[in-house]
Design a protein around this ligand. Sequence first.
Ligand code: AHM
Ligand code: MG
Length: 346
Amino acid sequence: APERRAMTKPISLTRYLIEEQHAGRINADLRLLIEVVARACKTISHAVGKGALGGVLGDAGTPGAASINVQGEAQKKLDVIANDVLMEANAWGGHLAGLASEEMDHSQPIPDAARRGNYLLLFDPLDGSSNIDVNVSVGTIFSVLRCPDGVTSPGDEHYLQPGTAQVCAGYTVYGPSTMLVLTVGNGTHAFTLDREIGSFVMTTRGMRIPEDTKEFAINASNQRHWEAPVQAWVADMLAGKDGPRGKDFNMRWVASMVADVHRILTRGGVFSYPLDAKCRDKGGKLRLMYEANPMAFLVEQAGGAASTGRQRMLEVQPTALHQRVPVFLGSRNEVATAIDYHRRHD
Ligand code: AHM
Ligand code: MG
């Protein structure tokens, strides 16, 4: 007789969240908040997937008058659509005291007391949007904080909590398949969107980033603008087997942080967006609250490390909602090596 193999049925995101609630790790409000974000990401996934057929590619605004966001960057149509979808979905959910987006100048409190909850949601609605028009992966990144006690109408200052205060972080990558990667502080787990059924199904429980790696991600066109420690670190990797590192390295750069971090969570590697002459005045290129902190939480929960090069990312005390930071994250031993180069050069 053919051997009967024990079938372990994959669980849905909904079931995973209910189990976390029963284990006392999240409450019903946070569970429902994550469900609302996941539902919004399905809508964004659908819009991204339509591509040119949906008329959603290209710049927002009118020809000759491109719309510019708070970061001083031209907005893509899909940046605006993704932001609207997330705003719309979350404003009436009842679990938030306020929300903040990379695409909006200021955070927004939830005005209606009947629809107000205790959490603060931050998101980058469509990260890597320079890749939209060329059909390369983009993503949504989000982070959840608690609204400070007694605050009913949170302002920007109430979001300025270090990354260690995050109660949940995640991203959705809109790639060949759409995947949601999530942590509520109990490991990092990956869910793949089953498009026919319309639900996220857990496909990896407990992602683990290998401690060592031979793969790095950096925009090498900025090389001449980097600081001395980064110059030395990358030069030594490029020197390969015969150099001080004694091994050959490979390089990958998607230019969508979500896709680069997803690769690192899947097979290891180190991602870096250091200070350079172009972004030094701003403190870095990537945003602490919408990009660096949620990714740092996910990476640490998968056994990796995340740093500014000089400080653990999650311990940075934010001073502004749209603050930028240098980023080094991924395989813990390689991040430690990058930190070591900073220590030696400082
Ligand atoms: P965005 O939020 O405006 O899309 O910018 C962030 C993106 C990251 O996804 C990516 O790592 C980086 O910018 C790419 O930068 P570069 O264009 O210098 O390669
Ligand atoms: Mg971004």
